[in-house]
Design a protein around this ligand. Structure first.
Ligand SMILES: C[S@@+](CC[C@H](N)C(=O)[O-])C[C@H]1O[C@@H](n2cnc3c(N)ncnc32)[C@H](O)[C@@H]1O
Length: 228
C-alpha cells in the first residue's frame, strides 16, 4: 500500500511497537500502513462519521486486518478507554481548533498516552500553545509540502520546554526556524507575496486598522525570513 507523502511523514513519526489510536481516521490508511509494515502492535481507528468509518472498515477488511485494527464510531476520543492502553494518539487532517476540542474533552486519555502526533490544517499556533499550556513538550515539528499544499506535523510528549517559545516560534515552529527549513522559507515568501497584494488593494479602501494589522504581519514575516 502506497501512502501520500503527507501520510507517510505522519506514519514515520510514530514510535514503533505501540498501540495507536487514529482519531478521524477516515480511510484508515495510517493504521493499515503501520500494521502492514510491522511498526505497531495494534490500532484503534475512530471516526465521528458513519460513512468515513465504513471506508475504514472496508479497507481494513480488504487487507484482512480485522483482528489487528479495531474501528469505533464516536466523537474524538470518547470511545477510547484507559484499558485500551494506547501509546500514540494520531489526529491528522482537521482544523486546529477541533483538534484542541478533542484533546480537551479527552484529557484523561491524552494524559495517559506516551505521545501525540498532530497534523492540524490551520490554527497551528493555537495547537502549539495548547500543548504547552497542558504540559506537553514539542519534540518534533516539521513543515512539508505535498501536492502543492503546506502541512505541519507536530510530535509531543509529556514535559516542559527547556526554553519558552517566542511568538514567531508558535506561529512557524521552533524546529522549522532553527533548522532553517527550506519549505518554511518558501511558505513565508508565498505569504508575503499574497499579503503585499492584499495590502495594496486595501490601501485603496483606506481601512486603517486592517492596513496596520497586515503591515505588522509583513514586518514579522520578514524578520523570520532573515533567519532562514
Ligand atoms: C479530512 S479527514 C482526515 C483523514 C485522515 N486523518 C488524514 O489525515 O488523511 C477528517 C476526518 O475526521 C473526521 N472527524 C471530524 N471531526 C471528528 C471528531 N470530532 N471526532 C472524530 N472524527 C472526526 C471526519 O469524519 C473525517 O473522516
Amino acid at each position: 500500500m502506497e501512502l501520500s507523502y503527507r501520510l507517510n511523514k505522519i506514519a514515520e513519526k510514530v514510535t514503533i511497537n505501540g498501540i495507536i489510536a487514529d482519531i478521524g481516521t477516515d480511510h484508515a490508511y495510517i493504521p493499515i500502513f503501520l500494521y502492514k509494515n510491522d511498526k505497531i502492535k495494534s490500532a484503534i481507528a475512530c471516526d465521528i462519521s458513519k460513512g468515513s468509518l465504513q471506508k475504514a472498515v472496508d479497507n481494513i477488511n480488504k487487507y484482512n486486518l480485522q483482528n489487528n485494527i479495531q474501528t469505533r464510531l464516536g466523537n474524538g476520543l470518547e470511545k477510547i478507554t484507559l484499558e485500551d492502553n494506547v501509546d500514540t494518539i494520531i489526529i491528522a487532517g482537521m482544523g486546529g481548533m477541533l483538534m484542541i476540542d478533542i484533546l480537551e474533552k479527552g484529557k484523561i486519555i491524552v494524559n495517559s498516552v506516551k505521545e501525540l502526533i498532530l497534523q492540524p490544517q490551520k490554527d497551528i499556533d493555537k495547537v502549539r500553545e495548547y500543548l504547552h499550556k497542558n504540559k506537553f513538550k514539542i519534540i518534533d515539528d516539521e513543515m512539508l509540502k505535498d501536492d502543492g499544499k503546506y502541512y505541519t506535523i507536530i510530535k509531543a510528549i509529556k514535559g516542559n520546554e527547556d526554553k519558552l517559545y517566542k511568538t514567531e516560534e508558535y506561529i512557524f515552529g521552533r524546529f522549522e526556524i532553527d533548522s532553517k527549513c527550506k519549505i518554511l522559507k518558501e511558505y513565508i515568501e508565498d505569504q508575503l507575496y499574497k499579503m503585499e497584494i492584499v495590502l495594496k488593494n486595501i490601501k485603496e479602501t483606506n481601512v486603517q486598522s486592517r492596513i496596520l494589522e497586515i503591515e505588522d504581519n509583513i514586518k514579522m514575516y520578514k524578520e523570520v525570513l532573515k533567519c532562514l
